[in-house]
Write a protein that binds this ligand. Structure first.
Ligand SMILES: C[S@@+](CC[C@H](N)C(=O)[O-])C[C@H]1O[C@@H](n2cnc3c(N)ncnc32)[C@H](O)[C@@H]1O
Length: 376
């Protein structure tokens, strides 16, 4: 098996089963027998081709009369991706792709890829050029302004670098910045109402807080427990994380029990599109509205847990106004007992009463954060 063959099989299978790319690719790589270097190449080719699917379809569709069968379509995408979006030399990209294409499609794939290699391209619009659904481009341009939105979309077309905390937990810098902004102190009781898989909960525990880490999906609470154990094992301190299955819309905790309440809410994830290559094709505009409503409900019910003078934090890894300022403003209007707390500065930018971290500001995930204190 060559790397291109594994990549092509993966693309065909992911498309046929509508599977999550990251879930499908792992087992295929395990079975492939490829060495580490080739596995990295397969991952880059498969993730890149899926991420840039709209762009590569545009490149090849100019030279097709009919839509080709799935195996030919996948080979064309894989070839066009290498030709236009990697440093792989043209002749190698075409030859290696044609080599692994099923025999009956080789003529077609060879002819079309050669044309793609030779012809200049004029992109019809930013959605096609950058390979995002139009609604995401339109929405972010409206909410962030054209320049910031296009910059964010370009940044999210690059695979993220891996950042690892001192305790060995892999966590993006943006999440670490959220935790820093909370200023959690030793002995404080923190309730993290949407905690799985436990990234921020385990980080807050390293500051010596007692962290109740709740999530409403039992299986994901299992993840919090195993991550907390793994992180604690590598450390001398007795930092504590208590995993709990609970719905944050009806949190089963005493009113005013917490020094810090974190609502790291489920969101459309438009700030983390670089992480999951297929996420941009799965999320819909309707999700944004539904998730904004859910966030508002979770924030309102969780605010009841905040003690007098204590901190309430709302964060999301997305960039739409509806889910960030929209939710924060609606909450503030209904809850005058909370006063805004000054948000963190650079690389965050001011965003309503909170802060926005654009992916391009720190080459990190995109994130929004709002802080309030319950008036004593
Ligand atoms: C953005 S993730 C949290 C990430 C986590 N804070 C971290 O840093 O690792 C949102 C989480 O909210 C959970 N969730 C969604 N709706 C919920 C609800 N009604 N109650 C509690 N958890 C919920 C999801 O299962 C998901 O694990």
């Amino acid at each position: 098996m060559t790397a291109r063959k594994v990549a092509l099989d993966a693309l065909v299978e992911i498309e046929a089963t509508n599977a999550y790319a990251n879930l499908k690719l792992g087992p295929l790589l395990e079975r492939s027998g490829l060495d580490e270097r080739d596995r990295r190449l397969v991952t880059e080719l498969v993730y890149g081709t899926i991420r840039r699917q709209r762009s590569v379809d545009y490149l090849v569709d100019r030279f097709l009369v009919d839509s080709p069968p799935p195996a030919a379509r996948a080979a064309l995408r894989l070839g066009a991706y290498q030709l236009r979006l990697t440093d792989i030399p043209d002749h190698a990209a075409v030859a290696a792709t044609v080599d692994v294409t099923p025999k009956r499609f080789r003529g077609l794939v060879n002819a079309v890829l050669r044309k793609v290699a030779k012809s200049a391209v004029e992109w019809p619009d930013d959605g096609t050029r950058l390979s995002y659904p139009d609604w995401i481009v339109d929405r972010l341009c409206t909410d962030l302004g054209d320049e910031a939105a296009i910059d964010a979309l370009e940044t999210m077309n690059r695979a993220p670098e891996v950042t690892v905390r001192d305790d060995g937990y892999t966590q993006d810098r943006s999440s670490q910045r959220v935790v820093e902004a909370l200023g959690v102190r030793p002995g404080q009781l923190v309730v993290d109402v949407c905690a799985a898989p436990g990234g921020k909960a385990t980080a807050m525990a390293t500051f010596g807080a007692r962290v109740v880490a709740a999530d409403f999906r039992p299986r994901r609470v299992g993840l919090i427990a195993s991550n907390a154990q793994r992180v604690a094992a590598g450390r001398a301190s007795d930092a504590s994380v208590w995993p709990v299955v609970a719905d944050a819309r009806r949190p089963p905790f005493r009113s005013a029990c917490a020094d810090v309440v974190l609502v790291d809410a489920p969101c459309s994830g438009l700030g983390v599109l670089r992480r999951r290559p297929d996420a941009r094709w799965r999320v819909s505009e309707r999700d944004v509205a539904e998730l904004a409503e859910m966030q508002g409900a979770i924030l309102a019910s969780s605010s009841d847990l905040v003690a007098d003078g204590a901190l309430l934090a709302y964060s999301v890894c997305t960039l739409t106004a509806a889910e960030t300022t929209g939710v924060a403003e609606a909450f503030a209007a209904e809850h005058p007992e909370f006063e805004p707390v000054a948000p963190p500065g650079d690389p965050w930018q001011r965003w309503g009463t909170g802060a926005l971290l654009l992916p391009q500001a720190d080459d990190s995930d995109g994130m929004a954060l709002f802080l309030w204190r319950r008036r004593p």
